[in-house]
Design a protein around this ligand. Sequence first.
Ligand code: UT7
Length: 320
Amino acid sequence: MRIAALGTYVPQKRLTNDDLARLVDTDDAWIVRRTGIRERRIADEHEYTSDLCLQAVRDMERRGARLDAVDYIIVCTATPDYGFPSVAARLQHRLGLTNCGAIDLTAACAGFMYGLDCADALVNTGRARSVLVAGGETLSKVVDYQDRATCILFGDGAGVALVDAPGDAPPTLLARRAASDGASGKELFLTGLRDEIAGIVEPDRVLRQNGRAVYEWAVTNVSAGICELLDAAELRACDVDWFVPHSANARMIESICKRTGIPYDRALMSLEWCGNTSAASIPLALAPAVHDGRVRPGDVVLLYGFGGGLVENGMLMRWS
Ligand code: UT7
């Protein structure tokens, strides 16, 4: 597979650390020191995930991408507009695409990576010529703004990628890894029809996280997963030109870099000005670096998503 084009969108409204300090007992210095986040973008009351994804596609089109060959849409989100219709079906309709498959995929903060994984299978088998993969979230609609352990983290945004087969060019995917630890589901959840998990009861549609537990799980498992990917591709950490992890927490990414040997200055993140945007965070970090020429053909790029489930998905690719 090849990522042929990228686009992004974030809502206009900003929520700064000082704004949050007026809602809960926190302060800018604590948030910046512990997470690296300075502000997040927040969707309007009547702005939903499909609206954000649509704007991200428009951004990609303005940069020259064409949707003519798209015959499948995968939207990765934990905050769809409805249970159904899917965000993907709404996007298909609003983009005027016909003869096009459309599904939503839920893998929380690893969503975009699972979307790429599925898109890869579709284009490799010839089932699709080109797949539109979107990661979009309106997490502000499910965050409890009285819970200082979570409300300081999350923001809204969307990123999209056009995935196709590389044609006669050498394969771009060097190694991949997907894993899940469902036993730890209670450490990070968003209630839905069910409001109880492992004895914990929370109201409908609220996001809760045991930050410390997820932090430790991610640093241990993502670091080990990265080493596995590098071994599989017979590469070393210093061969990675760009590391694009899920933008959860800068301090955590620094620890992962230390454990794996990937230089921290090769990490691309979107968290400083967008917060943790879950499924949108990887394209929000990758797209600007591709568009401004930092990521160049031939570069070794490591993408790694992790989050609620708990689930993870990583890909090592040579950019084309
Ligand atoms: O995106 C999906 C995956 N998610 C993640 O990867 C998130 C992983 N976890 C994290 O990013 C971090 O655990 C947090 C940023 C959520 C929290 O940072 P931490 O360094 O793990 O803090 P902690 O939960 O261990 O809490 C340390 C202290 C506690 O006070 P005491 O018990 O030591 O007195 C908390 O009550 O910090 C307190 N605290 C806060 N203080 C000021 C917790 N939240 C805040 C806050 N402002 N917003």
